[in-house]
Write a protein that binds this ligand. Structure first.
Ligand code: SF4
Length: 222
């Protein structure tokens, strides 16, 4: 086994052990609800989104309710999530397309999902992985930061990170691994101050090794 493969395997084993119950933190019951919640979660906490969707999902039940909604009213209904004008437009236009092109059902393929206005690969992969039970890696800010700090990837481009992670992580773990990275990024490998002193991955982290034990890193990489 190559050194990089061993490292990835160890990281995944440790994350699985630590975060085996980790799942998505957005509340939803249907693919449409998850699509809506994920669009609303841009630049907003999952907690705030869950507060808003509690009443939103009672008022807007199907794609047609969003597609035919009064834009101003929809904006007000989602206002606490921020960037509400753009998000309301994305919801309305996506749902129009779902009605026109997909018979009112949220599509279940990446290629189709990314044709919806305001839906990129990250949102599409979240829907595929969590609402449709498919294997997908969704690269958000946490997946980006954690995978770079660990040294599993070396890129700032989410599409490239997704491609690289898909190559080194076994396919049956893509969706779970996304949850593990996000959990780790939120709780330990925080953006401003990573809690390396309590991190169970530090023996495998390029960031930690280069910062705190540069000589050891040289040896590990040689
Ligand atoms: S050791 Fe530090 S930088 Fe590396 S994964 Fe853990 S918290 Fe993040």
């Amino acid at each position: 086994m190559k050194k990089e493969d061993f490292k990835t395997k160890k990281i995944l084993e440790l994350m699985e052990k630590e975060y085996k119950d980790a799942g998505i933190e957005l509340d939803f019951k249907t693919p449409l609800q998850l699509l809506v919640a994920t669009i609303l979660s841009a630049q907003c906490t999952d907690e705030r989104v869950n507060q808003v969707t509690k009443s939103l999902f009672k008022k807007y039940k199907g794609a047609s309710d969003y597609a035919h909604a009064d834009l101003k009213e929809l904006e007000e209904d989602i206002r606490p999530t921020g960037f509400y004008k753009n998000k309301a437009k994305a919801l309305k236009n996506s749902c129009k397309k779902i009605l026109d092109d997909f018979k009112g059902k949220v599509p279940d393929s990446l290629e189709e999902l990314i044709t919806l206005p305001g839906v990129g690969r990250k949102t599409a992969n979240i829907v595929l992985g969590n609402a449709y039970g498919k294997q997908a890696i969704a690269v958000d800010t946490h997946v980006n930061r954690v995978s770079n700090r660990l040294g599993l990837v070396n890129s700032d481009d989410p599409d490239e990170i997704e491609r690289e992670l898909c190559k080194i992580i076994p396919e049956d773990k893509w969706t779970s691994a996304t949850h593990w990275f996000i959990h780790h990024g939120r709780r330990i490998c925080k953006a401003r101050k990573p809690l390396c002193n309590i991190c169970f991955l530090r023996d495998y982290s390029n960031y930690y090794l280069s910062k705190y034990t540069p000589d050891l890193l040289k040896k590990t990489l040689s």
